[in-house]
Design a protein around this ligand. Structure first.
Ligand SMILES: CC(C)(COP(=O)(O)OP(=O)(O)OC[C@H]1O[C@@H](n2cnc3c(N)ncnc32)[C@H](O)[C@@H]1OP(=O)(O)O)[C@@H](O)C(=O)NCCC(=O)NCCS
Length: 170
């Protein structure tokens, strides 16, 4: 009998996220976007992130699915800046389950989101991530992103007593 090497696994399918996907997407995000990932409070993964984007831009919220299991997701939105004729596509969250990263799921998601952005008249895509997220930076550079700009975050702790500065009279 000759051995055949057929692969019964379906290829990942990219489709729009539905309301039933929200819990699974949320839990995948919880594993990826931990407190260590989001050191600044500016970007934290919580249930509002998904529901807000799903409510405002459901066609820009997509998932990769294989055998009824979600492998990853991309959540985006569009932005119009004042005084600019351009429409921007903001890829807010892109995540692939840790155990199947580097198998082109991220690429498939990104390509589909890019197609959807173009369809909506987007001229430029924006992403942001922390400066030490080398895998993501490499991923985005591979897909043509450039013009990297650094951003500074500062904090002021209001619970600490501030020392009063006294001005000496001359
Ligand atoms: C970034 C991310 C979405 C990429 O998805 P993926 O399915 O692993 O990526 P793909 O298989 O399509 O692409 C692989 C490419 O991504 C980059 N990459 C992915 N993982 C990497 C790693 N661990 N180290 C270095 N580069 C990596 C490389 O450019 C790689 O291509 P190369 O090996 O030819 O250089 C995924 O790593 C992820 O979910 N990371 C955690 C969440 C995150 O940081 N999201 C981005 C900001 S919202």
């Amino acid at each position: 009998m000759s051995e055949s090497h057929t692969n019964d696994e379906e290829a990942p399918r990219i489709r729009e996220m539905t309301i039933d996907d929200l819990p699974e997407v949320f839990h995948i995000g919880e594993e990826l976007f931990t407190a260590e990932y989001s050191q600044s409070l500016y970007r934290t993964w919580d249930e509002y992130e998904i529901t807000t984007l799903y409510n405002s831009d459901s066609e820009l919220c997509i998932v990769a699915e294989q055998e009824r299991r979600i492998l990853g997701f991309a959540l985006g939105t569009t932005v119009k800046k004042q005084h600019s004729p351009w429409k921007y596509g903001y890829l807010v969250w892109l995540g692939v389950r840790r155990e199947i990263q580097k198998l082109q799921v991220g690429e498939r998601l990104f390509r589909e989101l890019k197609r959807r952005f173009k369809e909506q008249g987007v001229r430029m895509i924006i992403i942001d991530t922390s400066a030490n997220n080398k895998p993501a930076i490499r991923f985005f550079e591979k897909h043509g992103f450039g013009n990297m700009q650094e951003h500074v975050y500062m904090t002021l702790n209001l619970s600490r007593r501030q020392k009063k500065k006294t001005v000496k009279k001359p």
